[in-house]
Ligand binder design. Structure first.
Ligand code: FES
Length: 134
């Protein structure tokens, strides 16, 4: 059912795990099947320097998570926001139609982790402002 590229990504997933003290963290669930994915990001000067994932899901979810983390390392956060599930599937040279929904987890988890990063950045600047006022 899967092509060789997907099977290889599933058999040898990259960037599995959790980054301690991550700058951004996103956990999402797949409404279709109930599977869950967590992505943690290390970000320096708006550039993603590390990304790790944990997926409780199927082979397609693991293959797409691994691929998505590989794609976004080295990107700016704005560039990473342009990484869609369609781009990840294209990189993997296709998924069976009934497995396309699995690839959405990685895109959504990345977006959520970047939202979390941006919220933390805002809080930091708010904290800094309040310190300056004291
Ligand atoms: Fe749930 Fe693939 S079946 S993510």
């Amino acid at each position: 059912m899967y092509n060789q590229k997907v099977l290889d990504a599933f058999a040898n997933p990259q960037n599995v795990g959790v980054i301690e003290n991550a700058d951004g963290e996103g956990t999402v669930g797949n409404a279709t099947c109930g599977d869950i994915m967590k992505i943690t990001l290390k970000i320096e000067n708006d550039k993603i320097v590390d990304a790790k994932f944990q997926t409780f899901g199927c082979a397609a979810a693991i293959a797409t998570s691994s691929t998505a983390t590989q794609m976004i390392i080295g990107m700016t956060v704005d560039e990473a926001l342009q990484v869609t599930n369609a781009k990840v599937v294209e990189y993997l040279e296709g998924l069976p139609p009934q497995k396309i929904h699995c690839s959405v987890l990685a895109e959504e988890a990345i977006k959520k982790a970047i939202e979390d990063y941006r919220a933390k950045q805002q809080n930091k600047s708010v904290d800094k402002t309040s310190i300056e006022y004291v």
